[in-house]
Design a protein around this ligand. Sequence first.
Ligand code: PAF
Length: 280
Amino acid sequence: MQIVSTIKEVREIVKEWKKQDLSVGYVPTMGYLHEGHASLIKAARKGNEKVVVSIFVNPMQFGPTEDLASYPRDLEKDARLCEAEGVDLIFHPEPEEMYDESFCSFTDINGLSNALCGLSRPIHFRGVCTVLNKFFNIIQPDRAYFGQKDAQQAAIVKQFVKDLNIPVEIIRCPIIREEDGLAKSSRNTYLSQEERQAALCLSKAIFLGQDMVKNGETDAKKVTEAMIGRIKEEPMADIEYVKAVNGLTMQDVSVIKAPTLVAMAVRIGSTRLIDNFVVE
Ligand code: PAF
C-alpha cells in the first residue's frame, strides 16, 4: 500500500494502472475510519482491481461554527485499517494541495441541497460536491462508494455526477450499526458515556418507524410523529428534523412508499448525529 500527499503522485500511479486497463474503486473519507468505512472499502475491493481511499478533512464543507478544528484525526490507525482491508493507495493531501491561494471554482447543486441537513448546513453540500469533483478528476475512478447513513449526500453525489457527465458509477452501501443499534460515525467519539447511551434514541426511533412501515403504515405524519415521540423520551436529545422525503428529490412526502427516505438529525449535547431508513 502506498500513501501519497500530492496530486501529481496520484495521477502518476493511476496512469500506470489505466495503462494496464485495471479498474479503480474509490472510497472518499475524512479519516478516523471505522467499520462503516471498512464496509465501503470491502465493497470497493470486491468490485475493482485497484482501490484508492482519500483521507481529507475538507475545510470547505464545514460552516464557521462547526467542528473542523476538533474533527478527530488518526492517520496511523487509518493506514492500518486500510492496509488490513487491502487498499492499494491512500491519498492524504494537505488543504493547500487541494485549494491553493487562487482557488475560486465551486460545484453547487440546487434543490436537493435545500432540504434536510442542507437547511442547517447551508454551505455543506457545495463543499462536498466541490471536493468530490476535484477527487473524481484527480483519481478518475470507475466506481465510488458512499454510505447510506449520509443518504442526502449520496443522492446529491449521484445527481451531480449525472448532471456533469462525470464517468463514475456511484455505489451506495448499507448503514453499519454498533451492536446496540447506534449508526457508526466518526462523530460518535465526541459522546460522553452518558451521551452515548442517550444517542440510542436515534436508532430506537428508526427501528420503530421501520416496524410501523413494515406493518403497513403509510401515513408519513403518523410515522414521523411516533418517531419524534420516541426521541423526546430522551431528555438529552434535541431534534433538528425527522422527515419523510422522496429519496431522489428530497421533497417532503405525505404517503410512505418506495423510494421514501425517512431521515433525522438530532443533537445529543453538542454532537449532531444523523440516521435514516429507506423504504425500498
Ligand atoms: O462523507 C464524508 O466523509 C465526506 O463528506 C466526503 C464524502 C469524504 C467528502 O469530504
